[in-house]
Design a protein around this ligand. Structure first.
Ligand SMILES: [Zn+2]
Length: 60
């Protein structure tokens, strides 16, 4: 996942801004890490360069 994707990605639950934590990166691409929403609060994992933005908790 390219780091500049963080400019357009938002939390799918609350549309809030996400904070990126990088565990591994290659050539400005994030391989593994997490995107954290401070409002919900939820951590969205990034694995194999793919951000998983499916909310782990259904907010109603
Ligand atoms: Zn959120």
């Amino acid at each position: 996942m390219r780091k500049d994707l963080m400019d357009i990605l938002v939390c799918p639950a609350c549309k809030g801004q996400l904070t990126l934590t990088i565990e591994n990166e290659t050539n400005n691409d994030v391989e593994t890490g997490t995107m954290h929403c401070g409002k919900c609060p939820i951590d969205y994992p990034i694995s194999d360069g793919i951000p998983n933005l499916i909310s782990p908790v259904k907010l109603t």
